[in-house]
Design a protein around this ligand. Structure first.
Ligand code: E4P
Length: 220
């Protein structure tokens, strides 16, 4: 499973890219708004340069297919690794089917059900973002939807990749990998939490202090 970072914060993306463990970035209007009021184009171009080999999703905000197509065709001129993020809806799927014919890569977002995933795959989505945390929040099992969508992808050999989005904690990442998601997009905080284990920290400290004792014994 590939790991993407789910943020528009350049400091976080720079740090995540330096870690060497992420293969892409997802943004959305909320994450971009948190980042301030500067030029979105510049922010996305900078993100693309920090993760040059990975998809960087930039979301359309129009509510109709013509508007989304105009936005998406502009976004892909910003950098070669921009994917056009399209909210799941009738107009969105119209736009995705045209983008697919034009060779423009898409990330269909706000998918919460297997039926929506079937429609997104049928429209030709490159990535299908199925949200876990937001479903859990309202008492549904978000990870079960990921598992069901992965099973459909395998049964029908969809070329679309299944992206586990709305990840809230490290266990979600493990579960997404276990059910066969192609990608998990992870908030930076969760990415850092994935590194933590008290036994690892304790082990590193012990190795360092034993190494120092050994060096002191050799030089004595
Ligand atoms: C995915 O691309 C979305 O930006 C994101 O995962 C949404 O997560 P949230 O439910 O934490 O806002």
């Amino acid at each position: 499973m590939q790991l993407f970072v789910d943020t528009a914060d350049l400091k976080e993306i720079r740090e995540a890219a330096e870690m060497g463990v992420i293969q892409g970035v997802t943004t959305n209007p909320t994450l971009l708004a948190k980042n301030g009021s500067g030029s979105v184009k510049q922010v996305i171009q900078e993100i693309c340069s920090l993760v040059p080999e990975g998809p960087v999703s930039m979301e359309c905000i129009s509510d109709n297919a013509a508007g989304m197509l105009k936005e998406g065709r502009e976004f892909v001129t910003w950098a070669p690794n921009v994917y056009v993020k399209v909210p799941f809806c009738v107009e969105g799927m119209k736009a995705v089917s045209v983008f697919a014919k034009e060779g423009i890569r898409t990330n269909v977002t706000l998918v919460f059900s297997t039926n929506q995933a079937i429609l997104a795959a049928s429209a030709g989505a490159t990535l299908i973002s199925s949200f876990v945390g937001r479903l859990d929040d309202i008492g549904f099992d978000g990870m079960q939807v990921i598992a069901d969508v992965v099973a459909l992808k395998q049964s029908f050999d969809w070329p679309s990749k299944i992206l586990a989005a709305s990840i809230r904690h490290p266990l979600h990442v493990t579960q997404a990998a276990a059910v066969g998601a192609d990608i998990a997009t992870i908030p930076f905080k969760v990415l850092k939490q994935m590194y933590d284990h008290p036994l690892t920290e304790k082990g590193i400290q012990l190795f360092q202090s034993d190494w120092q004792k050994l060096n002191q014994a050799v030089t004595a």
